[in-house]
Design a protein around this ligand. Structure first.
Ligand code: XMP
Length: 516
């Protein structure tokens, strides 16, 4: 693949490591995250235009705190240290870092020297986000102090001869008013990047690389209709066309019209992609396996196992394939500990994960280097319709984990219809962009109601809408009352067997985003 100019984020365990990389990429400069434990030779071989040390929760002066080989400072590659990264740089180069008399936390006024390349165009007094217990009592020899706060005499410093820069605050978070400008300055003024990372060139070079990797081999791809697998399929379709077979399993637990939407884009007669497309109607199989099952984890297990079985059966019919395509994206790579330092173990897997018995030679994972919004952008480049690329997350086990109690075709139909109304009204109210995830679920509750002059004894639907940045914690979204009113009256009028609608006001924790 064509070599892009690259900035490396060296991860010392900071919570914003992915954000730093995103910010760099927003400047059209490719950026990758590596753990501080990575062999320096590997980093150097990447020929980086610049390196950024992240923050981290430790104290540099304690034994066993994350560190790096000080040789890195002699490479002649510009380095920016952020928070812990700035303290580490000072510590390793002969400065003094100690416990601060007072912890500095939150939005803080910082006075910066605007003659610094890093602060070009920044206001002399600017609000920055601080979060540190230790502070730099004394900068290392050769460094000039370029910013301070009321509490912190050394808030930024630089040694322009060696290309070393350090800031105590966090330029990557939005609370730092001019942080984007500072990172832009680092990448362009200090590192001298040209900004050659663009989505169209990325897609093009990736398609070319896929053609080289795959040659005349056959590729198999499990298509769920979600953003990642759709973009994956589109990219492979563009690269190798008919050598690609996509298997789409209709387990009967999809959202309303989802199957039709996926088939319209990838199925026979579609105007976009000339591929082999198999749509497996597995609805009956799933419903019979799920009959009588009420326990949520059991449902998940059944659905996951059944997916593998169905997929394997189809794969067997196709015979030997050379490659299995996977929609792994960059946060998965980083979270699984392969990229950066944070080692969050993923608690969710897409349906089935990797089938064991599919006969293939190697994996292709062309989205491995992309963040979620970049995957969407790549999808647009590849000509996917907006309703696919802007889809919100949908769990692999589908509507089964939005139905409390036993899953039946009748219950699925109720959820599908209620959910479609909820989505339609949210879009109409212009709220879709503000909410991270929203859906309708079916509680297992029946209650008495009255419709016309008739007594009813029907289900209660629950509506959910949350905002979140990482899906690990979430807040219930404050949906305007009139929108809730419209949706409620539409659902009870248009969806049979529903006589009540609830709105879930619970955050995560203590609830989860899904309702199972
Ligand atoms: P919870 O309900 O645990 O969900 O708060 C957090 C996020 O993960 C999604 N989710 C899944 N995604 N397979 C997936 O691909 C799954 O089995 C699964 N379960 C939950 C959920 O929709 C939310 O975005």
């Amino acid at each position: 693949m064509q070599q892009h100019e690259t900035v490396i984020v060296l991860d010392f365990g900071g919570q914003y490591n992915q954000l730093i990389a995103r910010r760099v990429r927003e400047n059209n400069v490719y950026c990758e995250i590596y753990s501080y434990k990575t062999d320096p030779a590997v980093i150097r071989a990447k020929n980086p235009k610049g390196i950024i040390f992240t923050g981290g929760p430790n104290s540099v002066y304690l034994e066993d705190s994350p560190s790096c080989d000080p040789e890195i400072f002699t490479w002649g590659v510009p380095i920016l240290g952020i928070c812990y990264g700035s303290q580490l740089m000072m510590h390793l180069l002969g400065g003094k870092v100690t416990r601060a008399p007072e912890r500095e936390y939150g939005k803080t006024e910082v006075f910066v020297d605007t003659s610094s390349k890093l602060f070009e165009g920044v206001s002399p007094s600017t609000i920055c986000w601080m979060s540190h217990n230790d502070y730099i009592e004394q900068a290392a020899p050769g460094f000039k102090i370029t910013a301070h706060t009321a509490n912190c005499p050394v808030a930024a410093m630089e040694d322009t001869n060696r290309g070393l820069y350090a800031v105590q605050f966090h330029p990557e978070v939005l609370h730092t008013a001019e942080g984007k400008k500072m990172l832009h300055n680092f990448v362009y003024n200090v590192c001298g990047c040209a900004g050659d990372w663009k989505m169209d060139s990325f897609v093009e070079s990736n398609v070319k690389a896929l053609r080289e990797q795959i040659g005349d081999g056959k590729v198999l791809c499990a298509l769920s209709g979600g953003v990642d697998s759709s973009v994956l399929a589109a990219m492979l379709a563009k690269a190798v066309g008919k050598q690609l077979t996509c298997v789409f399993v209709d387990h009967g637990l999809l959202r309303k019209n989802e199957k039709e939407e996926v088939c319209a884009v990838f199925g026979p007669g579609n105007p976009n992609f000339d591929i082999n497309f198999i749509c497996v109607d597995a609805r009956a199989r799933y419903f019979s396996k799920l009959a009588g099952v009420t326990e949520p984890e059991r449902k998940r297990k059944i659905i996951g196992e059944e997916f593998i079985r169905v997929f394997e059966e189809e794969a067997k019919k196709i015979g030997h394939v050379d490659f299995l395509a996977q929609g792994t994206i960059y946060p998965d790579v980083v979270e699984s500990g392969l990229g950066g330092e944070s080692t969050v173990i993923k608690s969710h897997h897409n349906v089935g994960g990797l089938p064991d018995h599919v006969d293939f030679k190697a994996l292709v994972e062309p989205l491995r280097n992309l963040f979620k919004d970049e995957v969407r952008q790549a999808g647009r480049e590849l000509g996917l319709p907006e309703y696919i690329v802007s889809r919100q997350p949908f769990p692999g086990p589908g509507l089964a984990i939005r139905i409390i109690g036993e899953v039946t075709p009748e219950k699925v139909a109720i959820v599908q219809d209620a959910d479609a109304i909820w989505r339609e009204e949210i879009a109409k109210a212009g709220l879709a962009g503000e909410i991270s995830q929203y859906y309708a679920a079916l509680t297992n509750m029946h209650s008495v109601g009255v419709m016309g002059d008739e007594r009813t004894y029907d289900y209660a639907v629950a509506l959910r809408a949350v905002t979140t940045t990482d899906f690990m914690t979430a807040e219930s979204y404050n949906v305007p009352w009139d929108v809730l009113g419209t949706v409620t009256s539409r659902i009870v009028n248009e969806v049979k067997h529903v006589n009540r609608v609830f709105y879930d006001c619970t955050g995560k924790p203590p609830a989860t985003i899904e309702m199972e």
